[in-house]
Design a protein around this ligand. Structure first.
Ligand SMILES: *Cc1c(COP(=O)(O)O)cnc(C)c1O
Length: 426
């Protein structure tokens, strides 16, 4: 059960398909280990000759059912859950890059990803070049080197809310023989499916809309199965040549379209271990069951709030790609015709200090280090999430020092607007 159903049906039904007499609801397989009857059965699992469960660090039925649901929603062939979005991004890159390699990345990305790629991965010997995502194909192409292994971007960047021209990025990546990896956290597959625009791998922080209730940190990597690793075998030896840690097995030969996710699971997860707990995956699955309904409400509320802010003369600027005045409106109409996400950024006349006073005056809207859950919340990136960045890096990441990030929830839009109005009037 995958591609023939529409997204709403997949949200509710994909992943767990119980057989006769099994629980209708996805069970929490709260077990580290799984029992076999003969030594031989277990040995075949360790050789990847049979598929089956033996240890939850590698695979767990609850986690796998939820991964399968997300793969179906994105239209991919396979997926792997991770314990956080950060882990998903790290694994997605590290699965095809090693010391001495390089990749190219949009500069309009989440602050945590910016640090992971620019600082921590550098310590592992993997270099990144950040590019302005709005630059021309020629300009972006200049960043590629002979050791470049992928191109990375966010569909809608957090928190700068720039909409990525995914087709342009896919064309650039493919002209250099490397895959395009897209962080699709903000729109979710309900509003955008990057594989349909040429992306090869999609990553998520499921912590955001997918969970949707701010209960569990988590991540996911989905493979479209479309990138032909063997065509560029010299670039991707980890996938296309024998893995000594699995008796000389070659992932592309043994697993075809499942090669990338199988390697991420069997090698990276085995060695690094950043799995979600089955309990968290169960909660994530509950969130996914209503993702389609919640995204609709997030987007319609955010549109109303953005229009209100734009019409208020205390507000200096509003950034929301659903506003016709927005720089990314045309791209959003192309890639996100049904809505983008619930996150808006804006600045107040009076700048940084006024922003802080405004936030302190909010009552319904809470100050939290989170976005994209059911409750409306607000954050000042320059004082919070992006504290480590210099003013120059802030601007490069598309984050103005006065920027307020407002994550519009699924309450009644009138109540959200009334709270903003009373805070503005203070
Ligand atoms: C939050 C976020 C991440 C990091 O995810 P965690 O689950 O917090 O580790 C990565 N990318 C984007 C776009 C995010 O919003």
């Amino acid at each position: 059960m995958t591609k023939e159903f529409k997204p709403e049906t997949l949200c509710v039904q994909a992943g767990w398909q119980p057989k006769k007499g099994e629980p209708r609801v996805l069970p929490i397989y709260q077990s580290t280990t799984f029992k076999y009857e003969t030594s031989e059965q277990m040995a075949r699992l360790f050789d990847l000759e049979d598929s089956g469960y033996f240890y939850t660090r590698l695979q767990n039925p609850t986690n796998d059912a939820v991964a399968a649901k997300i793969a179906a929603l994105e239209g991919g062939v396979a997926a792997m859950l991770t314990s956080s979005g950060q882990a998903a991004n790290f694994y997605a890159i590290f699965n095809i890059c090693q010391a001495g390699d390089h990749f190219v990345c949009s500069s309009a990305i989440y602050g945590g990803t910016f640090n992971l790629f620019g600082v921590t991965m550098k310590k592992l010997g993997i270099e990144v070049t950040f590019v302005n995502p709005d630059a021309s194909e020629e300009e972006i192409s200049k960043a590629f080197r002979s050791n470049t292994k992928c191109l990375f971007g966010e569909t809608i960047s957090n928190p700068s809310l720039e909409v990525l021209d995914i087709e342009k990025f896919a064309k650039i990546a493919h002209s250099h023989g490397v895959p395009l990896i897209i962080d699709n956290t903000f729109p979710t597959p309900i509003n955008c499916r990057p594989f349909e625009w040429g992306a090869d791998i999609v990553v998520h922080s499921t912590t955001k809309y997918m969970d949707g209730h701010a209960t569990c940190v988590g991540g996911c990597i989905v493979d479209s199965g479309n990138f032909d690793w063997d065509q560029f075998a010299d670039k991707f030896p980890g996938l296309c040549t024998p893995d000594e840690s699995y008796h000389g097995l070659t992932y592309t030969k043994s697993f075809g379209k499942g090669a990338y996710i199988t390697k991420a699971t069997a090698q990276l997860m085995r060695d690094l271990g950043s799995i979600p707990s089955p309990q968290n995956s169960f909660l994530l699955n509950l969130g996914l069951e209503t993702l389609h309904l919640r995204m609709r409400q997030h987007c319609s509320n955010a549109q109303k709030v953005a229009e209100y802010l734009e019409s208020n003369d205390k507000v200096a600027w509003v950034n929301y790609c659903g506003l016709p005045s927005n720089k990314y409106y045309t791209l959003a109409q192309k890639y996100l015709p049904n809505g983008s996400c619930g996150v808006i950024s804006f600045g107040l006349k009076g700048g940084r200090e006024t922003s802080i006073q405004f936030m302190d005056a909010l009552e319904l809207v809470a100050i939290v280090t989170h976005v994209a859950d059911a409750r409306t919340c607000v954050l000042h990136p320059a004082s919070h999430t992006h504290r480590q960045l210099t003013d120059e890096q802030l601007i490069e990441a598309g984050v103005r020092p006065d920027l307020i990030r407002l994550s519009v929830g699924i309450e009644n839009a009138d109540d959200i607007i009334a709270d903003i109005e009373q805070a503005l009037n203070k």
